[in-house]
Design a protein around this ligand. Sequence first.
Ligand SMILES: Cc1cc2nc3c(=O)[nH]c(=O)nc-3n(C[C@H](O)[C@H](O)[C@H](O)COP(=O)(O)O)c2cc1C
Length: 184
Amino acid sequence: MKRLLFIVGSFHENGFNYQLAKQVERSIGDRAYVDYLDYSTIPFFRQEDMYPCPPDVEDVRKKIDDVDALWVFTPEYNGSYPGVVKNLFDWLSISLDPHNSRGESIIHAKKTAVAGIGGNTAARAREEMGVLLDFIRTYVCHDAGFGITPRREEWATGLIEFSEETQRDIHKHVDIFLDFLDEG
Ligand SMILES: Cc1cc2nc3c(=O)[nH]c(=O)nc-3n(C[C@H](O)[C@H](O)[C@H](O)COP(=O)(O)O)c2cc1C
């Protein structure tokens, strides 16, 4: 069975994007193994600390290495994705070979997808996240990407109700990503 690692782009407890990730997990059901990446303890990136990298970064690298694909669920902060996610991907993007800065990173050619929930479907954050994931040489399944805009009352309560129509749409994107994972 394929293994997926979910990366929620904020540390907001039961935030919108965590709720979205849980809904996607439900949609996947028993078709893949899903785990969540805890990257809350990795330090700010510092070039002097790349080799060897800090232990918490090494732990994150092992988790990434163990899976077939990553799915990023990003909020929108000031028209982009949150800085904590950029910090994570800066760490993950560095070459594993200290003598070759252009060498393969731990996420080289890893299959990825992006979803998000926020104002105007978190469109700008999702687009920029896709650009970043392309730039750092992951293999982005753009067709699996989708975004959701919370309704007014959901902004107020902090709880997203996934309508049947939205659930069907999520399911469609999950199918696309799972098919993408089955491709060579
Ligand atoms: C610093 C900051 C900047 C934000 N900027 C935006 C924004 O540009 N567009 C938007 O739709 N929401 C913005 N929001 C609201 C977030 O969409 C909202 O906090 C949402 O709950 C974040 O997702 P999460 O619950 O998954 O963490 C911002 C929130 C914060 C804290």
